[in-house]
Design a protein around this ligand. Structure first.
Ligand code: NOJ
Length: 742
């Protein structure tokens, strides 16, 4: 290959180029990949130029932001995270690949495995929540699903992007190396272990160095430590962004910094096409550096089989198969989280069950008396009840809103025999940010005539995703006001929230009799939710992120440290401080004057229509002299004590009690999603290895002789100490620990 041909491979173009110029570049062998072009016919046409008209005939690879579905849209990744069902996520990714490949796409820019602690950050919608382990299992599932079905995955954004200060997109991140390795890098490693063919650089500067120019991340860790040969592509212009970052004086210097940090393909930035040859001629870049990058690019093309089969069949594109639609529906059921229920749900008048939330919301409510009605009069209201586009969520380029089935559509056609449904729809508000109260009177009027109110609240899709950060994460517009008006009618309210992030909905939860958190559910949000509402399916989602009570608590995540002065209970909140109170009477404890450190809802939380009882945990350890030396197994019995067959998600948490460094109050190490029929007992067991108990240690040792010198050491190890272990329904329900020593 000539230098020009090599540099050509490192260039990725999108359709914003004018067609003639783009095609001329392809014919000259100056393009390695195209993206955002969809359609087998068009992509085959461009591919013929690359394969048949260039000297070497190297095929293009067609990329696309395929994030949570292609035509059939599944719940947003955060919702998929809430399913705690990686098998289902893998299946959905496989069907997604089938649809995308039939449209010519061979490389998806997902999964996004950025572990996020800040719900203000709009891109929490695109990831799998706040936990590295949960995210790892989901990311690896997506990689397998795509790549077993002909589409390369691109794990992003490498690395630390989600720790942006203030939850503001593209912002600076400061992450200590130990935390980087204990949390942020873990899912990348898991995705690579699952065979991910590529990664994408992140936009942020990490401890002062933007990722596209970061040799520590891209060479030391990725290539040397992890021995990965996956392709590393920039994010959109993240190389040329080094100039506004203030790292480089101009784009030529940016190209130099990027190639020195082995950013291998330039997405849309043109810094390689414009400057690499010049930099080689000046002796600043060795051609060998370029060879390494090109090798990765060609490797991805080989792995995809593009050299043998560069074209895709131009048959009828695959879309909306019955299998995909059924899976999308089930995923809505499994990713919807029941946050509160005083017994109103399911609205199936044949059944009745009353549940208590351990987090207090249902305590003040009596279960509503169930009337044996022959007709159930339902008011459907709220701005998200019938929004075909909004329910698809963020990052949807190829899903077609006309194929969405909304909650209103699904509820209207639901067959609730022997009862008859009488549905009235009065939206009250026309879109989520709507502040007009004009529609309130009609909604209240209709509510008075109904037996129950179904209020579909939330955020429009555009309020989450890239560069859609919010400083206030409450329900937008006049939604809370409308809810308060409806509450005055005394009719029971079921609140369904469709949003791209955790919202601060404490007051709304108080007003509602039941709350379902549905994220943005995709094409089949309506049927999935209707099944849940009427009890045809039991919601089995569990929160993949902590829900704060108020924005001022952020960042709030479950695996925090305890501090030397943990919050006491009850803490002295601002209104209870006596006037003129002396300095020393309050404080000495870690909380805010407006709220304790407890969240609104914790990570891992979700109710069901049934109840589960956890038995005593049992250890089956391999001990020598009272210490664990190898793997050990912890198990417990779980009984479905209610009336519904349902899934439960027993979660394995550990806590290290002392050691070389302070460790989190608990950490998720494993989980299962198991189906337990009503009245049945199952035994769940988890194996833990010493490695799973380990973490990254760091030490600076200072030596004075012969000359003053500080050495920095970083290593992964498991401390010899005691650990508590729980099998628990969520991260705050840690009641029955077993203790092991290592
Ligand atoms: C920017 C986003 O950060 C990235 O996730 C996406 O894949 C690219 N743009 C391409 O659209």
């Amino acid at each position: 290959m000539t230098l020009e041909e090599k540099i050509g491979q490192m260039n990725q173009l999108d359709p914003s180029w004018n067609a003639e110029e783009k095609e001329a570049l392809i014919r000259e062998g100056r393009v390695g990949s195209v993206f955002n072009i969809v359609g087998a016919k068009e992509l085959n046409r461009l591919q013929r130029m690359a394969v048949e008209e260039t000297r070497l005939g190297i095929p293009l690879v067609a990329a696309r932001d395929v994030i949570h579905g292609f035509r059939t849209i599944y719940p947003i990744p955060l919702g998929q995270g809430a399913s705690w069902n990686p098998e289902m996520v893998e299946k959905a990714a496989g069907l997604t690949a089938g649809e995308a490949v039939s449209a010519g796409i061979r490389w998806a820019f997902s999964p996004m495995v950025d572990v996020a602690h800040d719900p203000r950050w709009g891109r929490v919608a695109e990831g799998y929540g706040e936990d590295a382990y949960l995210t790892s299992t989901m990311g690896a599932a997506v990689v397998r699903g795509y790549q077993d079905n002909g589409m390369a995955a691109c794990v992003k954004h490498f690395a630390g992007y989600s720790a942006s200060e203030g939850g503001r997109d593209y912002n600076t991140t400061w992450i200590p190396e130990t935390q980087l390795r204990d949390i942020y890098l873990v899912p990348f490693r898991a995705a690579l272990d699952a065979g991910a063919m590529s990664l994408m650089c992140s936009f942020n500067d990490l401890n002062g160095l933007p990722s596209s120019a970061n040799p520590h991340l891209n060479i030391d860790i990725l290539r040397h430590e992890w021995q990965s040969d996956a392709l590393l592509v920039s994010d959109w212009g993240s190389g040329s962004d080094l100039v506004p970052h203030g790292l480089c004086a101009d784009k030529k210097e940016a190209a130099l910094r990027c190639i020195n940090a082995r950013m291998e393909m330039d997405m849309q930035g043109n810094i390689y096409t414009d400057y690499l040859a010049e930099l080689v001629a000046e002796g600043k870049v060795k051609e060998q550096q370029i060879d390494e990058c090109v090798r990765s690019i060609l490797r991805l093309k080989y792995r995809l089989g593009l050299f043998d089969n560069p074209y895709v069949p131009e048959t009828q594109p695959v879309a909306y198969s019955p299998e995909a639609l059924a899976l999308a529906t089930e995923m809505v059921e499994q990713s919807t989280v029941l946050l509160k229920n005083n017994g109103i749900l399911p609205l199936n008048i044949q059944h009745s069950t009353s549940l208590n939330s351990p987090y207090g919301f249902s305590r003040s409510f009596e279960a509503l008396p169930r009337k044996e009605l022959s007709t159930l009069n339902i008011l459907i209201t709220g701005p998200l009840a019938d929004q075909k586009k909004e329910q698809l969520g963020t990052w949807v380029f190829d899903g077609e809103p006309e194929h969405s089935i909304t909650p209103l559509m699904a509820l209207k056609s639901f067959n609730l025999q022997p009862s008859t449904l009488n549905i009235t729809y009065v939206p009250g508000l026309t879109y989520s940010r709507d502040k007009s109260t004009e529609g309130f009177a009609a909604a209240v009027q209709a509510a008075k005539k109904s037996d129950v109110i179904l209020f579909f609240a939330g955020e429009e899709a555009i309020l989450s995703g890239e560069a859609r950060c919010r400083a206030d994460i409450s329900l937008p517009g006049a939604q809370t006001q409308l809810l308060a008006e409806l509450k005055k009618t005394g009719k029971p309210i079921v609140l369904v929230v469709m949003a791209g992030r955790p919202l601060t909905i404490g007051a709304e939860c108080e007003m509602a009799d039941a709350v379902l958190y549905a994220f943005h559910g995709g094409t089949m949000a309506g049927p999935g939710l209707a099944n849940v509402i009427f009890g045809k399916a039991v919601p089995s989602g569990r929160l993949p992120m902590t829900f704060p009570k108020m924005v001022g608590q952020i960042p709030l995540y479950y695996n925090r440290h305890n501090t030397g002065r943990p919050s006491y209970d009850p803490p002295m909140l601002i209104d209870s401080i006596p006037i003129g109170c002396p300095q020393f009477s309050i404080g000495q404890s870690s909380y805010w004057l407006e709220t304790p450190t407890e969240p609104l809802f914790p990570f891992g939380f979700g109710l069901s229509y049934t109840t589960f009882e956890y038995g005593e945990p049992k250890l089956n350890e391999q001990m020598v002299n009272g210490k664990m030396v190898n793997n050990f197994t912890v198990s417990c019995e779980i009984t479905n004590t209610g009336n519904f067959d349902s899934y439960e998600v027993p979660q394995l948490y550990i806590r290290q009690l002392s050691g070389e460094l302070v460790r989190p109050i608990c950490e998720l190490k494993d989980y299962q999603k198991i189906f337990i029929p009503a009245g049945k007992t199952v035994t769940v067991s988890y194996q833990l290895t010493p490695e799973q108990l380990g973490y990254w240690h760091e030490e600076y040792s200072y030596t004075v002789h012969p000359t003053p010198y500080t050495s920095h050491q970083l290593w992964f190890a498991t401390d010899h100490t005691d650990f508590q272990v729980w099998i628990a329904p969520d991260s705050r329900c840690l009641t029955k620990p077993v203790t092991i020593s290592y």
